[in-house]
Write a protein that binds this ligand. Structure first.
Ligand SMILES: [Mg+2]
Length: 122
């Protein structure tokens, strides 16, 4: 087997092991223990394995580090728009916030945001 093929194959295996570790977290919780290790420790180990393989993909010029970082930044931008990851944990009581903070904003997705006016906006 050629070196680059082996790197790709092991990276593929590590992706599957990360998938399995995340599945165990969902099924049994982050702190559940099995055979002397918690699911968090297993997830960390498998993500470390995958991280190693990603580094080897770069070092072997199979992928370009800058293009990878650009793709990562693009994904973060998509998550910012299309996921709840970066939104506040709890929804505020809009009636209270509207009474307290007079600036109401509706963004391009139709979401209502209520925020306090900065002093230079008065
Ligand atoms: Mg592994």
């Amino acid at each position: 087997m050629k070196k680059n093929d082996e790197i790709l194959l092991i990276a593929q295996e590590e992706c599957a092991e990360v998938t399995q570790a995340i599945s165990k977290v969902f099924r049994f919780g982050m702190d559940a223990e099995h055979n002397g290790a918690t699911n968090k420790q297993r997830l960390t180990e498998e993500l470390g394995d995958l991280h190693c393989m990603i580094e080897l993909l770069i070092e072997s010029n199979i992928i370009d580090r800058n293009e990878l970082l650009e793709a990562s930044a693009n994904k973060r931008e998509k998550l910012f728009v299309w996921s709840n990851i970066f939104k506040e944990e709890t929804e505020p009581d809009i009636r209270v916030r509207c009474a307290t903070y007079p600036a109401c904003i509706i963004n391009s997705l139709g979401n209502l945001t209520v925020r306090k006016l900065e002093s230079d906006e008065y």
